[in-house]
Design a protein around this ligand. Structure first.
Ligand code: TXA
Ligand code: MG
Length: 315
């Protein structure tokens, strides 16, 4: 990746509107929330979201949390419920993330959900995050603003140290209050604590007036095929295809003849941005097999190959 100039923005009107303009152009902006600094991108923009994975050097496409300014915006994206309302009444704005069924035509990049049919949403409480969300006006997808495997950043200096040259800007809002990521509550099925955080399971159970299940670490999200809702095509996947067989749907990469090309110019960010949408679309064609060109195993290619081999194994 070419080095870019990382702007350090002040959390005033000027800095916020500059950050919103950069997000609008598809650039990445690190922003302070009450939990940790997030690495934000326009949640509707495939290329921008692919940029998050590239900047973080994430080896796989973990689904991301979408941050929103208010309940009306949340309800445009997910199927709302009584339990969700109780959780929101008790803990929003604040360090709680809810996983809910994604509305079918919600304008959210498939890279944000990693192809799942659920979406993680959160209304943060930190004033600077709220100002930016209101100014931008749409959902901001944001994982913690650190290189994959490193510690989550709780001040702008951490972000600059780690990601300077890879992102368009960081809003310097001082230290985060909580310093620990949000609690994640799954409400797409049985209420389940998906990640512990500052809000305890007990206080969730009390506010929702129901039992909260726990996901045990043995049911790791990373294991292939473990998460039923994880998008697996009904077609068989044939990877590293250097020639095509009759009747296969052909998912190409580079200078090849095919049905859909992830990136004719071998640009891995473009390929990541297209991956889930193209898999869906070839699967919908009814082909029994989707054959995929070899994808290089460097940069974002590692995450692309990870996702492809899971799709191939998910049976
Ligand atoms: O406090 C936070 O939550 C921070 C700030 C920036 O908001 N964000 C954060 O994001 O911690 P990240 O990407 O580091 O962690 C997101 C977690 C991941 O463990 C992911 O697996 C889970 O959220 N997640 C996201 N969408 C999900 C979904 N649809 N189903 C289950 N888990 C989901
Ligand atoms: Mg993280």
């Amino acid at each position: 990746m070419d080095k870019i100039n990382t702007e350090v923005l002040s959390p005033d009107r000027q800095g916020i509107s500059r950050a919103a303009a950069l997000l609008d152009q598809g650039s990445l902006i690190a922003l302070p929330t009450e939990t940790v600094y997030g690495l934000g991108a326009d949640a509707a923009n495939d290329t921008a979201v692919a940029g998050i994975y590239a900047a973080k050097g994430r080896p796989s496409f973990n689904p991301l949390i979408v941050h929103l300014p208010d309940l009306a915006r949340v309800q445009e994206l997910v199927e709302w419920s009584d339990l969700a309302q109780k959780a929101a009444d008790a803990f929003w704005p604040g360090p709680l993330t809810l996983v809910l069924p994604l509305k079918p035509d919600a304008p959210i990049s498939k890279l944000v959900t990693a192809g799942l049919n659920t979406l993680a949403v959160r209304i943060p409480a930190a004033p600077i995050a709220c100002d930016l969300l209101r100014s931008f006006g749409r959902g901001i997808a944001a994982p913690s603003a650190n290189t994959s495997g490193k510690i989550s950043p709780t001040c702008a200096a951490h972000v600059i140290h780690d990601l300077s040259g890879k992102i368009a800007g960081v809003i310097d809002g001082g230290a985060c209050d909580v310093g620990l990521e949000s609690t994640i509550l799954g409400l797409a099925g049985t209420p389940t604590l998906l990640r512990p955080g500052g809000i305890t399971k007990e206080s969730l159970a009390q506010a929702l007036d129901c039992r909260i299940a726990e996901r045990h670490s043995t049911e790791a999200i990373s294991a292939p095929g473990q998460i039923r809702s994880h998008y697996a095509p009904s077609a068989r996947m044939r990877l590293n295809a250097t020639e095509w067989a009759d009747g296969e749907a052909r998912l190409g990469f580079g200078d090849v003849e095919c049905d859909l090309n992830l990136s004719p110019t071998e640009d891995l960010i473009e390929a990541a941005a297209n991956l889930f949408a193209f898999m869906h679309s070839l699967d919908a064609s009814g082909a029994k097999t989707i054959a995929v060109s070899p994808i290089p195993h460097d940069g974002l290619g590692v995450a692309i190959n990870d996702r492809l081999s899971r799709a191939a194994a998910d049976r």
